[in-house]
Design a protein around this ligand. Structure first.
Ligand code: FE2
Ligand code: FE2
Length: 475
């Protein structure tokens, strides 16, 4: 019954055309995926021809082929980075043994959980972003949104491939369930909190792709160290795509900041009311959006102390960020790490076994990485001669997971009471009025080379095309 030419329809380097079991599983799943895309993918975009890149192989020439595609016809492929010969496990209790080419029975449940949790975030973000195309500030931005969306779709395929190939019937059931949960749904929500939040406007989208896609980067980097070799190789390839998503976020926020600074200088004012009247987003509002997305995202790393994190590491399922570059013993048995707790009304650092604190280790690596981009946004403000600086809030601010979830902490890291929180929260997190204002700026700009008033054009176009290139043909 198979009429599918696999290498054509589904670009892959996993020998799909020879693998009958995998073909049967995918043939069942793919129509449901397309259904899901039709229901939950970018709204009203079915007939658009979009200038997208498609990965058709893992080598540098093949992984980024550009051309016009209707998104339901996008060729979602399955790619693993090339195998490393004789790869060895390089951390945890199995250190020095050969990497696993199959799933060891005793780690099956945990590995499946890890893959499902990662897989669940991919369609979730497409669902969160599905309305944004209706208010895109330019064709360039619309195309970037769609690129991120189809690649998150491909990341779902990557995880579904692992479930189908290595987890038999349970894997097939989990792959179906990935298409059944819905971001923000009361009864069937996505697994992780940040992926049930709304992404209602483009400032949220840029903050999300800057911070939350960067969480993706760090999770994928930790999984790229896994002893389960197919997972390591799949996630390594996903990382090449993730870089673009973070670029969209970093450059997007940067362009918003740039435009605001320009109008601040033209009007010689830093008064938010005047700037809002002039149709740009004042810097304090940008700071509040930043505070929100940052705090929601660092919760994704999980509780600061976690026995699961210790098990995942010691059993070799999930490593640390850049595990291979670290010079310790990669066992961490006697090592300790500082986590925060409240003592006498103050945040203090407490040393705990590092194995239990690996979520915190990864969160701190993320924090270092995200701070550098904020510094680049500040360069834009500095260049405009404006004294304001954006800042990431303290990591204890607005936390909903872990030891810090029960306490109120100001963005500077001061433990405060409920009254002080209530009196100041409108300075720290986006208010309904902020969101309504940002929403009021969102309008659809579709002429090639035209940009909404609140955002500066990018420095250059996509794939060396001019900025005024027709990135989307609306058909
Ligand atoms: Fe992704
Ligand atoms: Fe992403």
């Amino acid at each position: 019954m198979s009429t599918i030419n696999y290498s054509e329809k589904i670009p892959n380097n996993v020998n799909l055309s020879e693998d009958r079991t995998l073909q049967r599983a995918l043939e069942q799943w793919q129509p449901n995926y397309l259904h899901w895309w039709g229901d939950m993918g970018p709204e009203g975009s079915r007939n658009f021809d979009v200038y997208l890149r498609t990965a058709v192989s893992v080598d540098p020439q093949g992984w980024a082929q550009f051309g016009y595609v209707k998104m339901p016809d996008y060729r979602w492929g399955i790619f693993l980075n090339p195998a490393e010969k004789d790869r060895k496990i390089h951390f945890g209790d199995h250190l020095g043994e050969a990497a696993w080419q199959d799933v060891p029975g005793e780690h099956r449940a945990n590995l499946r959980r890890i893959i499902v949790t990662q897989g669940d975030t991919e369609p979730a973000s497409v669902e969160q972003q599905r309305h944004l195309g209706l208010t895109a500030p330019s064709q360039y931005d619309l195309r970037n949104l769609f690129q991120v969306n189809v690649e998150e779709g491909r990341h779902l395929w990557a995880m579904v491939y692992l479930l189908h190939k290595y987890f038999g019937r349970d894997g097939r059931e989990e792959a179906e369930a990935l298409l059944e949960r819905r971001s923000g749904d009361q009864d069937h929500p996505r697994i992780l909190g940040a992926f049930n939040e709304k992404t209602p406007d483009w400032l949220s989208f840029f903050m999300f792709t800057y911070f939350t896609d960067r969480d993706g980067k760090f999770q994928l980097c930790a999984l790229a160290e896994s002893s389960f070799d197919p997972l390591a190789r799949t996630t390594k390839f996903m990382l090449t795509e993730e870089a673009h998503h973070m670029f969209v976020g970093e450059s997007g926020v940067s362009r918003v900041v740039q435009r605001t600074c320009q109008v601040m200088n033209e009007l010689k004012t830093d008064d938010p009311a005047k700037l809002r009247a002039a149709g740009v987003i004042d810097l304090p509002t940008i700071q509040r959006y930043l505070n929100f997305h940052y705090s929601v995202t660092i919760d994704l790393f999980g509780a600061d102390q976690s026995s699961n994190a210790a098990i995942f590491y010691s059993s070799g399922l999930k490593g640390r960020f850049e595990e291979g570059k670290r010079t310790d013993d990669h066992l961490l048995k006697g090592a300790t790490y500082g986590v925060l707790e409240v003592h006498d009304g103050q945040l203090v650092e407490k040393q705990v076994p590092m194995l239990n604190a690996l979520n915190e280790v990864l969160r701190d690596d993320f924090i270092k990485d995200s701070v550098s981009g904020v510094g680049r946004w500040n360069k834009v403000i500095e260049k405009a001669g404006i004294p304001f600086r954006l800042q990431v809030p303290h990591k204890a601010f607005n936390r909903k997971i872990g030891t810090l979830s029960g306490i109120r902490v100001s963005p500077e890291g001061r433990v405060i009471g409920d009254a002080e929180w209530k009196a100041n929260v409108s300075q720290w997190l986006p208010t309904p009025e902020d969101r309504a204002f940002v929403a009021s700026l969102m309008g659809r700009v579709v002429e090639p080379g035209q940009f909404a008033h609140w955002i500066a054009p990018p420095v250059m176009g996509i794939n060396r095309q001019p900025i005024e290139f027709e990135y989307v043909r609306f058909g």
